[in-house]
Design a protein around this ligand. Structure first.
Ligand code: SF4
Length: 220
């Protein structure tokens, strides 16, 4: 039997959201409590839940932004946490990691090879600025740990590219572990393989410009 739009909508509205198992008395998540305001990219960080929610409320009021609920903050944080921290979760849900691994280096080498084969093309400044602003306000724009030599090499390459107004806010993408200062300049055709490989993660971030089903995806 077909479901009416109304019943589908009401099911989505009541779908339980990701939330911390014990926000008030549980242990602090790895790296602390972290929330990014999508409106201005401001990162609220704290080591205690009540401070975290309070800092977010203060920032919102001082900047005339809607005050995020604790539930919304937990849901965003849970998108980046390992299994065992959040309720209403699925152990098989794809999760980004914050560690640069050997497979990331191999993937980066593959992307560079493709970029060179494609003639080292970069997107125009307006597009890079658009992407940089989106990434700057994304909760998955994070510092990645591991292989400092690889990161140093990539950062050196990225420094040869033009700058955007959001550069000082850009770190690495938790999905692909790419240096965002570099990634925002590459054409979609160069990034295409990574887009396909990680679409299950990009599609969890509605505003991501690599989410092929999102409003911010723009093919070359
Ligand atoms: S590429 Fe997408 S997921 Fe990665 S930081 Fe940018 S907006 Fe976020």
């Amino acid at each position: 039997m077909e479901q009416s739009d109304e019943s589908v909508d009401s099911k989505q509205a009541t779908k339980p959201k990701l939330c911390l198992i014990n926000p008030l008395r549980g242990p602090c998540p790895p790296g602390g409590f972290r929330f990014v305001f999508e409106q201005d990219g401001f990162v609220v960080h704290a080591w205690c839940y009540t401070d975290w929610v309070g800092f977010a409320r203060d920032h919102a009021r001082a900047n005339d932004l809607p005050v995020p609920t604790g539930e919304a903050m937990q849901e965003q944080l849970c998108l980046t946490l390992e299994p065992g921290w959040c309720s209403y979760d699925d152990d098989n849900r794809p999760r980004p990691s914050m560690l640069l691994e050997w497979k990331d280096v191999l993937r980066a080498a593959e992307t560079f090879t493709k970029w060179i084969e494609d003639g080292l093309q970069i997107v125009d400044k307006a597009e890079a600025e658009r992407r940089a602003l989106i990434c700057a306000r994304c909760p998955l724009n994070i510092p990645i740990t591991g292989c400092s030599v690889c990161q140093g090499t990539i950062n050196k390459l990225a420094s040869k590219l033009p700058e955007t107004h959001s550069d000082s806010f850009l770190k690495s993408c938790a999905v692909c572990h790419c240096t965002l200062k570099m990634k925002i300049w590459l054409p979609i055709k160069t990034l295409d393989k990574g887009i396909q490989q990680h679409q299950n993660l990009y599609s969890q971030v509605q505003h991501c410009w690599m989410n092929t089903n999102g409003n911010n995806f723009q093919p070359d």
